[in-house]
Design a protein around this ligand. Structure first.
Ligand SMILES: [Zn+2]
Length: 452
């Protein structure tokens, strides 16, 4: 199967930051075979099975989201205004209430939304993440999937006590390793596994050691929320500074994707950078918590930073803008980062964070055909002037017309081809209503009481 996209504006996001007017991309099987001027490629590949005329359209790499919890779309509209409380007052309580079927359909809706908006790769970590694996496989999205483990007794936690539980630990590790053994490398390598933990305050040393051993055995990446408001808690529970505890148990290093890291001082930034730890920067989520990671300082020290969506949201263009806005507010400088740099953070740099930059993240010969096409002849996007700046500052998920992952067209004409959008919308609405009803019956409100 071969496909020629011609007459497009092609934003390559390669090392030279090439943007080609009247460009063409030739794809055969799952990868990009050629890139160049339409004139020469049209003649060379006149026999392509499919030809897409992309006049007035921009073709760019698919977005890479280095951090997601797709099932957390259930919290949409319920968590954004309640500050730091979500983990203890929504996420953990809900995990004991929502059924697998309910979570599955809500996660499927979120994956569908991501594809629809040009996101071609995600790192998905969540409790029971294996629930989402079959849909991820059929949806066509590229993914690293991991069970997000913790080993605290939830009943004690509700009373404000941290008690680590060996039985929970064993079953969590078994689940995480089981997912990895069943799913790593599936769908021709489009699906990979990751070892993931919620955070340091909910992980015993033994749990983290178990995760590290699993990752080393299978050469997997690890991912964990770090520096996200746990500093005092980690000190209290483990008697160690947060990054010392992380380092001592294998949670810092060149194969680790640390998430958030907004609660960090200069010394901790140095520790992160020296360890080679990567950052999944989630500015869209964190700005609503009043926080921003100091990514300029991190990048200056050589840390690899890529963007992630995190929860509830699915419009990646918003993440690009939040990244720019929050960095500029943080620095009180309107010229910190450029549109092109933001786009790189959302594509090639995020791919590097996931260890996939040799395969995806830019449009280059030999790379996998993971790309999106945006029709610029739309309200809000015209005049185009500079295609990169116009897309980054003014684009929306709904403007994406075509998406391809691994050479397969998964969105065309703005419609996801691998799932029934309307069916999922209905089912996810019903599932969320039912889960919230049970939540309110149990806790008397849509938020559980604060731990005492
Ligand atoms: Zn998260």
């Amino acid at each position: 199967m071969s496909l020629l996209i011609r007459n497009a504006t092609v934003i390559t996001v390669d090392a030279q930051r090439r943007v080609m007017e009247d460009g063409a991309v030739f794809i055969e099987g799952d990868h990009i075979v050629d890139l160049g001027a339409t004139d020469s490629l049209a003649e060379k590949y006149a026999g392509a099975d499919t030809v897409v005329d992309a006049r007035g359209k921009v073709v760019l790499p698919g977005f890479v989201s280095a951090h997601n919890h797709v099932g957390y779309a259930v919290f949409r509209g319920r968590a954004e205004d309640i500050g730091y409380a979500p983990t203890h007052r929504l996420y953990l309580p809900m995990s004991g209430i929502i059924s697998n079927d309910e979570r599955q359909v809500i996660g499927a809706l979120a994956v569908t939304e991501l594809l629809r908006g040009g996101v071609t790769t995600i790192l998905e970590m969540e409790e029971d993440a294996e629930l989402f694996a079959p849909f991820i496989e059929t949806s066509g999205i590229r993914a690293l999937i991991g069970v997000m483990v913790n080993d605290v007794n939830l009943e004690a936690l509700a009373l404000g006590q941290t008690v680590f539980d060996e039985t929970i630990r064993d079953s969590q590790l078994e689940q995480a390793l089981g997912l990895a053994s069943r799913w790593h490398g599936r769908a021709g390598g489009r699906i990979q596994a990751v070892m993931a933990a919620t955070g340091l305050s909910t992980s015993s040393p033994e749990l983290l050691k178990g995760l590290r051993a699993g990752a080393d055995d299978m050469s997997l990446r690890l991912s964990i929320h770090l520096g996200f408001g746990e500093r005092d808690l980690v000190q209290d529970i483990h008697g160690m500074a947060q990054f010392d505890y992380a380092f001592a148990h294998g949670m810092l290093g060149p194969d680790v994707v640390a998430v958030h890291c907004f609660e960090v001082d200069d010394t901790e930034v140095e520790t992160l950078a020296q360890s080679g730890t990567h950052l999944a920067h989630c500015p869209h989520m964190n700005q609503f918590r009043g926080e921003v990671a100091p990514i300029q300082a991190m990048r200056a020290k050589g840390m690899h930073v890529g963007l992630g969506i995190d929860n509830y949201f699915s419009d990646y263009f918003e993440v690009l803008r939040s990244c720019l806005a929050s960095a500029r507010i943080h620095a009180h400088d309107p010229q910190v980062l450029s549109a092109h740099e933001a786009l790189e953070l959302g594509t090639i740099h995020a791919a590097r964070v996931l260890g996939l930059d040799h395969e995806i993240g830019s449009l280059e010969v030999g790379k996998k055909a993971d790309l999106q096409m945006v029709d610029m002849h739309r309200l809000g996007l015209t005049p185009v002037n500079d295609p990169v700046a116009t897309l980054v500052y003014h684009g929306h998920a709904k403007d994406v017309e075509m998406v391809m992952v691994n050479g397969e067209v998964v969105v065309t004409g703005g419609a996801v081809q691998t799932a029934d959008e309307n069916e999922l919308l209905s089912q996810a609405g019903v599932a969320a209503d039912a889960a919230w009803q049970r939540f309110a019956q149990r806790y008397g409100d849509y938020v559980a009481p604060a731990p005492v």
